[in-house]
Design a protein around this ligand. Structure first.
Ligand SMILES: [Zn+2]
Length: 465
């Protein structure tokens, strides 16, 4: 397997720190608001990575944290009058439900920052005792970047303007030093007691401490792969790497992977532009599987330009897979064709090359349709095609629905009621042997672009697309 390392800026052969195992950490959501399309894309990118590692035989430990204490959450508490847990429980649940709808596999471990304060206390204490961190008179603890000779090696961005904008605190040793611990003032209630006083953690230390708490690592590295959105490389990942390196004496991750940005209709998503596309709104308009297919169809490192025209175009490609699946009605799948499996997996093992993977699938669909045209009743052929589709679902997370369910997507509820009433009347007519009426109802449904099929389990319907 080859992955693009965003620090070395080159594709590298994946050689795990422990044979046969892969430990992946991805920065999770700060749970104070709904997830937007950028969150969805990041989760989907690393879901493809997890599935590819799984299918390649690695025993994967996938850790994704939940940041449930943060200035933004505290601001939301003040704004809404709700408690910390009321806000964080609500948005954590919503995030997980939306990720389930997108077919994102749940992490192996999903630590919460508020439940990992002990690990943060340990790491900050170590950093203070080793001389990498210092406390100022108001109780805040800062990381001293001048003590870490490798600071900046991750993002090569240490002189970037963005850090000089950090508010000036006279007691800080270097203007770029960042807070590991923020002391509480008397009026605040989101505070934790530690050896170095009452307060709450800075965002960066949360991830480093949770990785230390939940992984064992080796003498060289804590984990194999650290992932996240490209916007996290600096300062978040630079600071995570610095803290972990100085506290543990070895590198945080062997490989770093970053996914590209999402734009909406060619503009960067932002709340001020009013195009911050919430995932919940996208899921109201489109099925999770269709969104998944669309959002993963562009290579994870490229920027993604979300627009409806492309989404509908991408759906047509998924339709083809379901049209093939429709030809396999009542077929029980057998094993996947080994050549197809290897070609598809190899494409994904090449830094998740989804374009090649999708063209391998297109080719399989075309060949299968041709073979079915010549041998429509070949049971073994049908079983193998069903096996191929099952493997696609395992590796890429689409193709699992019953075809008639897939082709019902996007039909509104009023119309569904009308269709089902007509189907019931037709069944009744058939029972009464009134075949003229049954045919008349079938025609009526056809005029509505609804196709019906009588199966062993009753009549099913689909929208003709
Ligand atoms: Zn992080």
């Amino acid at each position: 397997m080859y992955i693009y390392d965003s620090v070395q800026k080159t594709k590298l052969k994946f050689e795990p720190i422990k044979a046969g195992k892969a430990t992946l950490y991805v920065c999770g959501p700060t749970v104070y608001d709904d997830a937007h399309l950028g969150h969805a894309r990041s989760a989907l990118s690393f879901d493809l990575l997890t599935r590819t590692l799984n299918a390649s035989g690695y025993e994967v430990t996938f850790i994704r944290n939940v940041t449930d204490v943060d200035d933004k959450i505290i601001a939301k508490m003040k704004q809404t009058g709700k408690s910390l847990h009321e806000i964080t429980d609500f948005y954590t649940k919503r995030y997980l439900e939306e990720m389930d709808t997108l077919g994102v596999l749940r992490p192996t471990i999903s630590p919460k920052a508020t439940e990992s304060i002990d690990a943060m206390e340990d790491m900050i204490s170590t950093l203070i005792s080793k001389g990498y961190a210092y406390q100022i008179s108001n109780g805040d603890v800062y990381f001293d970047i001048s003590k870490d000779k490798l600071y900046g090696s991750l993002s090569k961005k240490v002189n970037d303007d963005t850090i000089s904008r950090i508010e000036h605190i006279s007691e800080k040793k270097n203007s770029k030093d960042f807070a590991l611990w923020k002391a509480c003032d008397i009026n605040e209630n989101v505070c934790f007691d530690t050896k170095f006083g009452r307060g709450r953690p800075g965002w960066h230390i949360e991830c480093s401490a949770m990785i230390a708490k939940h992984t064992q690592g080796t003498d060289e590295y804590s984990i194999d792969i650290h992932g996240g959105g490209a916007d996290l490389l600096f300062p978040h990942h630079e600071n995570e790497a610095a803290q972990s390196r100085c506290a543990t004496g070895h590198a945080l991750a062997k490989y770093w992977m970053h996914n590209g940005f999402v734009q909406v209709d060619g503009e960067k998503m932002s709340k001020s532009l009013g195009n911050s596309f919430f995932l919940k709104d996208a899921l109201k308009a489109y099925d999770g599987e269709i969104l998944r297919f669309y959002l993963t169809s562009i290579h994870y490192r490229n920027d993604f330009n979300f627009n409806e025209t492309d989404l509908l175009q991408s759906k047509k490609r998924l339709d083809k897979l379901y049209r093939l699946k429709k030809r396999l009605l009542n077929t029980i799948s057998s094993t996947v064709n080994s050549e197809f499996k290897q070609t598809l997996l190899n494409a994904m093992k090449d830094d998740l090359n989804i374009s090649v993977a999708l063209s391998v699938i297109d080719e399989m669909i075309a060949k299968s349709n041709e073979a079915l045209d010549s041998n429509p009743n070949d049971k073994n052929l049908k079983k193998e095609i069903a096996g191929n589709i099952e493997f696609i679902n395992m590796l890429l997370g689409f193709g699992a629905k019953e075809p008639f369910v897939y082709f019902q997507l996007g039909v509104n509820e009023a119309l569904i009621t009308q269709i089902e009433t007509l189907i019931e009347r037709r069944s009744e007519a058939k029972k009464q042997k009134d075949f003229a009426l049954a045919d008349q109802i079938r025609n009526q449904l056809n005029i509505m672009d609804i196709n019906i099929m009588d199966t062993a389990n009753g009549t099913v319907w689909e929208k003709i697309s």
